[in-house]
Every structure is written in structure tokens, then in C-alpha cells.
Design a protein around this ligand. Structure first.
Ligand SMILES: NC(=O)c1ccc[n+]([C@@H]2O[C@H](COP(=O)([O-])OP(=O)(O)OC[C@H]3O[C@@H](n4cnc5c(N)ncnc54)[C@H](OP(=O)(O)O)[C@@H]3O)[C@@H](O)[C@H]2O)c1
Length: 291
């Protein structure tokens, strides 16, 4: 089985590639993984994407490529749609032509955040940012073009391969001993290592359709920050603030927690609680800092 990973240099893409050897599943007798970064293929370019995928003829394409800077999307609107919508259309068309299944990563930001409780796959998206709108458009492109796809909506990713909320808060706290963090944004912090495992699980079980996949549980960004310092033992004051006090370009959902029951039922695998995953990541950060 030939698996092409696009966006393989990104935070999730790199983890997905490195986690493959840990999968010991007899349903994978022989896997060849091709890790493609932005330099190998620019998915905004239709003919090049078709040619690239046509030369590889993968059985499965996992698309981790995206324009992920939520605030920058507000001003770079055509660029964000070029990658997150047209880019996905190009991948889906090439996948259809070569007969490949397409697995695509989407986001909790397709929702407006007004629901009282976690969002299910059947809830109606209503994005409130350019990023969310462009990602929803990408989902719709795949659903229209392909009859063999998986869309995985995930949230609040962090992992070893890129600056993220955890590293930003840690660095700020260690420099200033005080950080201000919003209490009125709730979601599901998700470790890229755990999401990678779930993606390989989805591949091995040949699941299809739309799934919400995050670590288990929900918290506010404020609670997340407090947990980070509880785990590191750093003496940092975490000050509660409101989103309205904190100026940023994009409007983000107040509640974007996702209900993952559909994935758990289909896969028989429940992701561990976000606190446990965070603890493992913090240990890894400490290890990397001292070795
Ligand atoms: N990060 C989060 O908190 C979060 C939350 C929910 C969902 N997601 C979704 O999860 C997926 C992975 O996110 P991530 O945080 O791992 O993203 P990331 O670290 O920003 O990686 C995205 C990758 O896509 C590549 N890329 C950008 N434009 C491209 C193009 N036109 N053609 C080919 N490659 C291109 C980037 O390469 P260059 O850097 O070289 O441009 C980068 O390596 C994305 O679909 C994202 O929307 C992320």
C-alpha cells in the first residue's frame, strides 16, 4: 500500500511520518510512505498537483497541507482560499483520477462556537473567520468530488515540530513570570502524536466519511495554561482575561469542543484525556531541552 502524505513538513505531517513505524498492525503487510513537502508539490497549482500525484499513484493521500495562520488569513484571504479550498479541490481531483482515497484534516473553527456543549458531525457549520470559511470550503470540495474520502476535524493542535500554544505560553511564563490567558474560549487540546495514531487507525480500518477526532475532554485556554505550569512546576501567575480584552485579527469560536463519539464507536479507540497527553508532551519538551 502506497501512502502519500502532503504537508509532511508541518507540525502534524512530521509526526504522522515518524509515528508510522510504531504501528504494528497485521492489516498493513507492506506500506510505502512518500512524504511530500511544499517544495515537492504546491497544491494551489492544479496541473502540477495532478502530475505529481499521477506519477506517484498512491493508494491513499493524507493531506496535512494548509494555510494555518488564523490571523493572517483575515488579510490574506485569496491565499487562504487558494490553499485551504482550491488546493484541496486539486488534491481531490487528482485522487479521483488515480483512484486514491483522500484523507483530509479539517478544523473545529468551521463552527461558530455558540453551541452549549461539544459539536457533533451532524451539527451545522457556520464559520466566523476567513480560516474557518476556507477550511469549510475545502471540506465541501472533497465531498463533492470524491466518493472515497475521510475528513477529520480536529482542534487546538500541539506537538514537537512547531511553535504552538504550549511552547508560547511556556516561554512567556518563563520570561515574565505572569501570563494573561482567556477564560472564554473552550476547546479540546490535541497532541499531534495521538492524532497521528488515530489517523493510522482510520487508515487501517478503511473508515470513510466525516469524523471529529481530538484528545478526550474540554477546557478553556486559561485552564490549559494553568495545567501547563502545574505540570512543569514553574511558578507563573496565570491571569484570567476575556477574549474582548485581547485584540487579534480573527474572531474565534467561544466553544469549539468536538464530540468524538462517532470515531470512538467506529474505531473502538478512545483518545486519552488531554491532561495525560499534555503531561507526556511536557516530559518530551524537558527531555529535548536537556539533551
Ligand atoms: N494547528 C492547529 O491548532 C490545528 C487545529 C485544527 C486543525 N488543524 C488542521 O490540521 C492540519 C495540520 O495543521 P498543522 O498545524 O500541522 O499545520 P502546519 O504546521 O502549518 O503545516 C502545514 C503545512 O502545509 C504546507 N503548505 C502550505 N501551503 C502549501 C501549499 N500550497 N502546497 C503544499 N504544502 C503547503 C506548509 O509548508 P510551508 O510551511 O513550507 O508553507 C506546512 O508544512 C491542517 O489542515 C490544519 O488546518 C490545525
Amino acid at each position: 500500500m502506497k501512502i502519500l502524505i502532503i504537508g509532511a513538513q508541518g507540525m502534524l505531517g512530521r509526526d504522522l511520518v515518524t509515528r508510522l513505524p510504531t504501528l504494528s498492525d497485521p492489516s498493513f503487510p507492506c506500506i510505502e510512505v512518500i512524504a511530500a513537502n511544499h517544495g515537492h508539490v504546491d497544491i494551489t497549482h492544479g496541473p502540477n498537483t495532478t502530475k505529481f500525484i499521477g506519477q506517484i499513484t498512491p493508494d491513499i493521500i493524507v493531506n496535512c497541507a494548509a494555510f494555518t495562520n488564523v490571523d493572517a488569513c483575515e488579510t490574506q484571504i485569496s491565499d487562504s482560499f487558494a490553499v485551504n479550498a482550491t488546493g484541496i479541490k486539486n488534491v481531490a481531483l487528482a485522487g479521483k483520477e488515480t483512484g486514491a482515497k483522500v484523507i483530509h484534516i479539517s478544523t473545529d473553527y468551521v463552527f461558530d462556537g455558540t453551541k452549549n456543549g461539544p459539536y457533533s458531525e451532524t451539527d451545522k457549520p457556520n464559520p466566523i473567520s476567513v480560516y474557518g470559511k476556507s477550511k469549510l470550503e475545502g471540506e465541501r470540495e472533497i465531498q463533492e468530488i470524491s466518493d472515497n474520502y475521510v475528513i477529520i476535524r480536529t482542534a487546538w493542535l500541539y506537538g514537537p515540530n512547531k511553535k504552538n500554544f504550549v511552547t508560547t505560553i511556556l516561554n512567556l511564563g518563563r520570561q515574565k513570570h505572569t501570563v494573561s490567558v482567556v477564560t472564554d474560549q473552550c476547546g479540546c487540546p490535541t497532541y499531534t502524536a495521538d492524532l497521528s495514531y488515530a489517523i493510522w487507525k482510520i487508515i487501517s480500518l478503511d473508515l470513510r466519511g466525516l469524523y471529529h477526532v481530538t484528545n478526550d475532554g474540554t477546557c478553556s485556554r486559561y485552564e490549559w495554561a494553568r495545567k501547563i505550569f502545574e505540570l512543569t512546576g514553574d511558578h507563573v501567575s496565570v491571569l484570567p482575561v476575556k477574549t474582548a480584552d485581547y485584540k487579534r485579527a480573527a474572531t474565534v469560536p467561544q466553544n469549539s469542543s468536538l464530540n468524538c463519539t462517532k470515531y470512538v464507536t467506529a474505531s473502538g479507540h478512545k483518545m486519552r484525556p488531554w491532561q495525560e497527553a499534555l503531561e507526556e508532551y511536557i516530559r518530551l519538551c524537558d527531555y529535548l531541552a536537556t539533551n
